[in-house]
Design a protein around this ligand. Structure first.
Ligand code: G6P
Length: 510
C-alpha cells in the first residue's frame, strides 16, 4: 500500500473502460466547473464519476499520473480535448490524462448496442435465447477494439500496466500484446459472470473472444465459479490452448494467462460517511411521495430495490413476490411500502424497452390492486438520484431486496450494508445467484429469485425477525463489506500484477 494508505500500481497504469470517468457537457444544471482553461466555453460543465468502478479507480490513476482511455460520449467531450482526444482531469487538478475515443454512430450501434449488449451481455448472464447475432456487429466490435488497442499502444512502454475493464474489450488484449514492448503487462477484469460452456458455445466468434482474452497476462473474475467455467470453456473451445486447472493458468500462442478470482468491493468508508452526513432519508422519501402524489403513513416499514432497469435484475419476479406477500399477509397492507429505484439503461435495445414497459405496468397493476386512499404498496421512480440522496434512502430503508436472476457481483447490496449506520436491524435479502452471495450469503436472508412463493415468505421472515437477530446479522455483514472493500480489491489486483510484471518467465520467448 502507498504512503497515503491507498493501493499502488506496480507500473504506470493505463486503464481502459467503455464508460469514462469524467463527462463534459454543455449547460448541464448540475456538475462542477469544467476547469478547461481561460478561453474555455463557460457553458461547459463536467459530471464527476459515479458508479463503483470509475469512482474507485479514479484516485488510483490520479496517484500514478496514469492514463485512462474510454469512449467519449458527452456532447462537449471533444471540444475540450486536444486533437488526440486527450484532456487533463480532474478539472482544476489535472492529475492524469483522459483520452477519449470518438466513435461514429454506426460503431456505437454495433459495438456497444450490438456485440457487447446483444451478444456478450445476455450470454454471460445465461440468456442465450436473448442473443441477437446481427450482421456486422462483430466486425465493428473488432474495429473498435482495434481502435482502443492502437490508442493503448501509443501510450504504453516497458513499464506500463494496461488494465482493461469488462466485456466491451475481449479482443483488444491480444492486439495490444502484439503491438507493445514485451515488458508491458496486460491485464483485464471481467465484471460480469462467465457462463457455463454449454451456454458459451452459442457465442458467435467465441474462439476469437477466447483468443483475445488470452492475450492478457492476468485475467480477473469476481468468484471462483466464473474462473472454473472460463477454464472449462477454453478447454472445450480452444483445443490448442494448454490449460492448467489447478494452477489456474493457460498457455496459448506464447502468452501465459493467470486467471484469478478477486471479488470487487465498494468504498465502504465513503458510503458510511455519506450516510451519516445526510441524516435520515425521510426527506428523500417525502419528496418522492409528493412528486408521485403517493399517500403514505409516516411510520410504515420501508423496503427498497435499487437496480439498472435490466432483465437480469429480477425486478418483475420481485414485484410478483411483493404481490404474493400482500395477498398472504393482508395485515401488512398500509404498514409496509416498497420503494423501487430503477435506472434506465440501453433503451435503444428493444428487449430493454419491452422489459421497462413490463415493469412499469406491473407496478401500476399492483398499486391499483392494493392501493387505498391512505397507502400505495410500491413507489416506483426512474429519476436520477444524487449519491447523497441514494445514501439517505439506503439509510432510511428497513430492508433491501436484491433479487437478480444472475449478477456478476452486485455492488448495491454492499452499498446498502455500508450505508446502514444506525444499528436498528436493517435486513438484506439476497439472491443466491449473485457474486455478492459468496461473501454475504450466510448473514443475509437468502432468496431464490425465481421462486415467487419463497421470496414472499422471506419478506415476511425479514419483517418478523427479532431485532437482536437482525442487528447481529447486519453487524457481521458490515464487517465483511468493510474488510472486502474496493481498496482491498485493487490491492489484490495490483499484487498479482506486481508478481507478473517484469517476471521474465511469465511468457514463453520473452
Ligand atoms: C454493468 C457492466 C458495466 C457497465 C454498467 C452500466 O455493471 O458490467 O461495464 O458500465 O453495467 O451499463 P452501461 O451499458 O450503461 O455502461
Amino acid at each position: 500500500d502507498g504512503r497515503d494508505g491507498g493501493p499502488v500500481c506496480p507500473g504506470s497504469l493505463i486503464v481502459v473502460s467503455n464508460r469514462q470517468p469524467y463527462r463534459h457537457e454543455y449547460e448541464s444544471a448540475d456538475g462542477v466547473d469544467a476547469g478547461n482553461g481561460a478561453n474555455a466555453d463557460p457553458s461547459i460543465t463536467v459530471d464527476e464519476p459515479t458508479g463503483g468502478l470509475t469512482a474507485g479507480l479514479d484516485p488510483v490513476v490520479q496517484r500514478t499520473d496514469g492514463t485512462w482511455i474510454a469512449w467519449g460520449d458527452g456532447d462537449a467531450d471533444f471540444d475540450v480535448a486536444d486533437e488526440d482526444g486527450c484532456v487533463a482531469v480532474p478539472p482544476g487538478e489535472e492529475a492524469y490524462t483522459l483520452r477519449r475515443i470518438d466513435l461514429p454512430e454506426e460503431a456505437v450501434d454495433s459495438y456497444y448496442y450490438g456485440f457487447s449488449n446483444r451478444v456478450l451481455w445476455p450470454l454471460c448472464h445465461g440468456f442465450p435465447e436473448l442473443v441477437e447475432d446481427r450482421a456486422n456487429d462483430f466486425e465493428w466490435y473488432r474495429t473498435v477494439n482495434e481502435q482502443f488497442a492502437d490508442a493503448v499502444a501509443e501510450h504504453a512502454d516497458e513499464d506500463s500496466i494496461v488494465w482493461f475493464q469488462d466485456y466491451h474489450f475481449a479482443l483488444a488484449p491480444r492486439m495490444v500484446r502484439n503491438a507493445v514492448a514485451p515488458g508491458t503487462t496486460v491485464a483485464q477484469f471481467w465484471h460480469v459472470p462467465w457462463p457455463a460452456p454449454s451456454t458459451f458455445r452459442y457465442c458467435p466468434a467465441g474462439g476469437n473472444v477466447l483468443e483475445g482474452l488470452l492475450g492478457n497476462d492476468l485475467l480477473g473474475f469476481h468468484v471462483d465459479r466464473y474462473v472454473d467455467r472460463f477454464l472449462e470453456s477454453v478447454e472445450r473451445f480452444l483445443p490448442a490452448a494448454r490449460v492448467d486447472r489447478k494452477g489456474r493458468t493457460v498457455h496459448y500462442e506464447g502468452t501465459t494467462t493467470r486467471v484469478v478470482a478477486t471479488p470487487m468491493g465498494v468504498d465502504a468508508a465513503g458510503y458510511d460517511r455519506e450516510a451519516r452526513e445526510v441524516g435520515s432519508g425521510a426527506g428523500v422519501l417525502e419528496s418522492l411521495r409528493s412528486e408521485y402524489d403517493v399517500p403514505h403513513p409516516d411510520d410504515a416499514v420501508i423496503g427498497l430495490g435499487v437496480d439498472r432497469l435490466d432483465y437480469t435484475k429480477g425486478i418483475p419476479e420481485r414485484l410478483a413476490a411483493l404481490e404474493r406477500f400482500f395477498e398472504r399477509y393482508p395485515d401488512w397492507r398500509g404498514e409496509f411500502t416498497f420503494v423501487q429505484k430503477a435506472t434506465l439503461s440501453r433503451t435503444d435495445i428493444p428487449t430493454y424497452e419491452r422489459h421497462g414497459d413490463l415493469v412499469r405496468s406491473e407496478v401500476e397493476r399492483i398499486n391499483s390492486r392494493f392501493g387505498t386512499d391512505d397507502w400505495q404498496p410500491v413507489i416506483y421512480t426512474e429519476d436520477y438520484l444524487e449519491e447523497a440522496e441514494l445514501c439517505a434512502l439506503y439509510r432510511h430503508a428497513d430492508l433491501l431486496v436484491v433479487s437478480p436472476l444472475v449478477d456478476g457481483m452486485n455492488l448495491v447490496a454492499q452499498e446498502y450494508v455500508a450505508a446502514s449506520v444506525d444499528d436498528t436491524g436493517d435486513t438484506l435479502l439476497l439472491s443466491d445467484r449473485v457474486g455478492a452471495h459468496d461473501l454475504l450469503g450466510s448473514h443475509a436472508i437468502t432468496i431464490d429469485p425465481s421462486d415467487i412463493d419463497g421470496m414472499a415468505e422471506r419478506i415476511a421472515d425479514a419483517l418478523e425477525m427479532p431485532i437482536d437477530e437482525r442487528r447481529r446479522r447486519m453487524r457481521t455483514l458490515r464487517d465483511r463489506v468493510f474488510d472486502a472493500d474496493i481498496e482491498r480489491w485493487m490491492s489484490a489486483q495490483f499484487d498479482w500484477m506486481r508478481r507478473l510484471h517484469g517476471d521474465p518467465s511469465r511468457s514463453g520467448g520473452r
